[in-house]
Design a protein around this ligand. Structure first.
Ligand SMILES: NC(=O)c1ccc[n+]([C@@H]2O[C@H](COP(=O)([O-])OP(=O)(O)OC[C@H]3O[C@@H](n4cnc5c(N)ncnc54)[C@H](OP(=O)(O)O)[C@@H]3O)[C@@H](O)[C@H]2O)c1
Length: 286
């Protein structure tokens, strides 16, 4: 499956959704990215009609409730978007022979490991966000089919929408001294790379659960420091602990993802996050 018509849920405004639109359009896909006002993703009948009329071959679900702290207070809405929506999209795709590309997160893990998490590791989320995203995976994997691809990724940065890296650079421009958490370590990942690597898996016609991230690991503090260096700032960053910066939701101290299964199936090595970051920040500066 190299091209055709794809529906990108979240493609109008989302950080990853817009990257998918960009990359897939370049790869020759015809893209549909209706906004909330144009298509009700929760309406099974409307979705079926839309898919049939437009001859949709692939649906990428980059819609989610992504406010990790906010989810602690808005549990019902988090589950509606992160569990109930995948269930609906899964049913529509399964019954209409449409490939479904669904995204999940490193926050399904509790961070107790000290080596990268594989797809075989047992998820144990610490937050409502993590639990609701895991519930979305479970609801899909309960009735798997050949066209179902679930991709966990992490710590996204990239063009089209503000993100952690963009925020750090914007704050540095104001001359503020930044204090950033150093005791949470993860896999920083560029949305454009994630979209490209996702397409490699789609083109292999594989299914199941994958971890897809850029290579390497960093703390939030290291990611912020490298971002500022790339952007030409010499401002220092003060490393702080998670205790110094209390947040409503608990986050894993270590959530690096092992992308070995992706490499084995696609034949590609994800490039290092530092390289992807340099490309992103240089373009941002232009
Ligand atoms: N960002 C990360 O660091 C990260 C890390 C790991 C995994 N992920 C996963 O990657 C995927 C994409 O994340 P993202 O960061 O790109 O998300 P995002 O930028 O927050 O975008 C979420 C998208 O969902 C849409 N949406 C939210 N509520 C909706 C509703 N009720 N009806 C219709 N659309 C709605 C938003 O539309 P509006 O703009 O109209 O609200 C937006 O297009 C998610 O599955 C997330 O769990 C993200």
């Amino acid at each position: 499956m190299n091209t055709g018509t794809a529906l990108i849920a979240g493609g109008r405004t989302g950080l990853l959704g817009q990257a998918l639109v960009h990359v897939m359009q370049q790869a020759g896909w015809t893209i549909l990215a209706p906004g909330r006002d144009e298509l009700d993703l929760f309406d099974l009948r409307q979705m079926e009609n839309y898919i049939r009329i437009n001859n949709v071959k692939l649906l990428a679900n980059a819609v989610a409730f992504t406010g990790v702290d906010q989810a602690e207070d808005e549990q019902q809405e988090a589950y509606r978007l992160n569990r109930d929506l995948p269930a609906i999209l899964g049913k529509v795709c399964r019954e209409n022979n449409v490939r479904l590309l669904h995204y999940s997160t490193d926050y399904v893990f509790d961070g107790k490991k000290q080596t990268p998490y594989t797809t075989e590791d047992e998820p144990r989320p610490l937050s409502v966000y993590g639990n609701s995203k895991l519930a979305g995976e479970v609801v899909l994997m309960k009735k798997p089919w050949d066209g179902l691809l679930v991709i966990r990724s992490a710590w996204l940065f990239g063009p089209f929408k503000t993100n952690f890296v963009h925020k750090m650079i914007s704050m540095a421009k104001t001359g503020k001294v930044l204090s950033v958490i150093h005791d949470q370590v993860g896999s920083p990942t560029c949305t454009l790379d994630l979209a490209r690597y996702s397409m490699e898996l789609v083109n292999k016609e594989t299914s199941g659960l994958y971890h897809v991230v850029n290579k390497g690991q960093a703390s939030w503090c290291e990611l912020a420091s490298e971002s500022l260096i790339c952007a030409g700032f010499s401002t220092g960053i003060t490393p702080i602990t998670s205790r110094d910066f209390p947040q409503k939701a608990r986050r894993p101290a270590y959530s690096v993802l092992d992308a070995a299964k992706f490499t084995m199936v696609s034949g590609s090595q994800a490039r290092p996050w530092v390289q992807a970051l340099h490309d992103y920040v240089f373009k941002l500066q232009e």
